[in-house]
Design a protein around this ligand. Structure first.
Ligand SMILES: C[S@@+](CC[C@H](N)C(=O)[O-])C[C@H]1O[C@@H](n2cnc3c(N)ncnc32)[C@H](O)[C@@H]1O
Length: 256
């Protein structure tokens, strides 16, 4: 984009920009994940999803749409056919299963059923917070209030899908931009490989830019997953060199 005028013209022609407003998504990027979801069924109902580089929140909204199961409230006591309980209790609140944890350098405005964390994925403090946030049995607790809430050991992986749409603002140097995005993919993979993160058989998606080092990244991912596919979702602009690597079937080594 050379000028604000060109940017406005492109936005007004873009069908995803109009659709985004109708669907209530935070970003048009939401359609990229939705597209990959429809092709690969990445996120199953009840899944635990880790969304890296989540701001402003389009991917987290899509992930929550697929992962979060809203169970029906239990019937009221009066509707039950079995003998009435000694006291009449109100129906149980609808429980949710599945969890989405979204992390970004930038703040993410609250999204229903998503734990939003502001922080740098390279920071050990953020990784420690993440370890608590992905654990089950903390409901809608915020990242700051979820520590130590599970009895499962820290070496048990909890996450079904790790997504990385992490990117930095482009510098204008293609070589530098490619290297920076690939470094973020490697960072996301390191996070996924932490003992408490990606389950065996889990899925991993990362955004990259085609250029020097992308073949090595692909080879690395192929050694860790059963299947690695290159995807250019329809919502990814044709003039952009970005693409996504969709990796299925994580070959986690069993911890003795
Ligand atoms: C393209 S945007 C993500 C859009 C998002 N997927 C959505 O659907 O709204 C890329 C994001 O990566 C984030 N990011 C880059 N490096 C990061 C890091 N080290 N830790 C956390 N987030 C990072 C940026 O702050 C930026 O918000």
């Amino acid at each position: 984009m050379n000028s604000p005028k060109q940017w406005i013209a492109r936005q007004s022609r873009d069908p995803f920009v109009k659709q985004r407003a109708r669907d209530g998504y935070r970003s048009r990027a939401a359609y990229k994940l939705d597209d990959m979801q429809r092709r690969f069924s990445l996120i199953k109902r009840g899944a635990v999803v880790l969304d890296l580089g989540g701001a402003p929140g389009g991917w987290a909204q899509v992930a929550a749409k697929y992962a979060i199961k809203q169970s029906k409230p239990a019937p009221a006591a009066a509707e039950q056919s079995s003998p009435p309980a000694p006291t009449t209790r109100p129906p149980r609140a609808a429980a949710t299963a599945g969890r989405v944890v979204s992390i970004d350098l930038l703040p993410i405005d609250p999204i229903p059923n998503v734990v939003c964390i502001q922080g740098d994925m390279t920071s050990p403090a953020v990784l420690a917070t993440l370890q608590d946030a992905i654990r089950p049995a903390h409901g809608k607790a915020s990242a700051s209030s979820v520590a130590g809430s599970s009895s499962r050991p820290a070496t048990t992986p909890f996450v079904d899908v790790v997504l990385s749409d992490m990117a930095h603002p482009f510098t204008g140097s293609r070589t530098a931009d490619v290297a920076r995005v690939i470094a973020l993919c490697e960072l996301a993979l390191d996070v996924a490989e932490r003992p408490e993160v990606l389950k065996r058989g889990g899925a991993f998606v990362c955004k990259f830019i085609q250029g020097e080092g992308d073949q090595e990244l692909r080879q690395l991912l192929k050694s860790k997953f059963d299947k690695v596919a290159y995807e250019k979702p329809e919502a990814s602009r044709s003039g952009s060199a970005e693409g996504y690597l969709v990796c299925l079937g994580y070959k986690r080594q069993t911890i003795a």
